[in-house]
Design a protein around this ligand. Sequence first.
Ligand SMILES: [Ca+2]
Ligand SMILES: [Ca+2]
Length: 156
Amino acid sequence: MRMSKFGSAAAVAALTGVSVLGFGPSASASTPGTCWDNYENAGSGYMSAYSAINCDGHIGAAKGNDLDWGDSSGSFRGGDANQASSVVNKGNYSEVKFYLGSGGNSIFHICLTRAEGFVRNLTDDYWLGDRTFGSVNNAIGSHRWVERTSCSALAV
Ligand SMILES: [Ca+2]
Ligand SMILES: [Ca+2]
């Protein structure tokens, strides 16, 4: 009886050891301090937004448009508006146009191209690329997928 109890405890420990190895750094969802892994791991065709810089604090991901990040429908909801501090574009065809506020038609926008891929820190990106209009950080309220020609300012 004693021996078998010890035996099963050892087996549990061994299994735990195996599972720790199995779900180590390589299986981690996010590496702090960079957006590269988030971009690599993002689903094809999706844009993603994060509440912190360096793509930490995943807010949500969308394959389509969401014209109100603060409502109760679509990919972004409720407290998702006015939170994003980094974003990823893993789209297949289009650029992502982010807007100040909801509605998806504010003149105040910034686009993230597929070529750029991600912005790790929105604190130094400004609406229309002009500092006087304020930082994009914590101010995105909606987004659309668009052609490059509908963008007058690009996130960097
Ligand atoms: Ca934020
Ligand atoms: Ca929404």
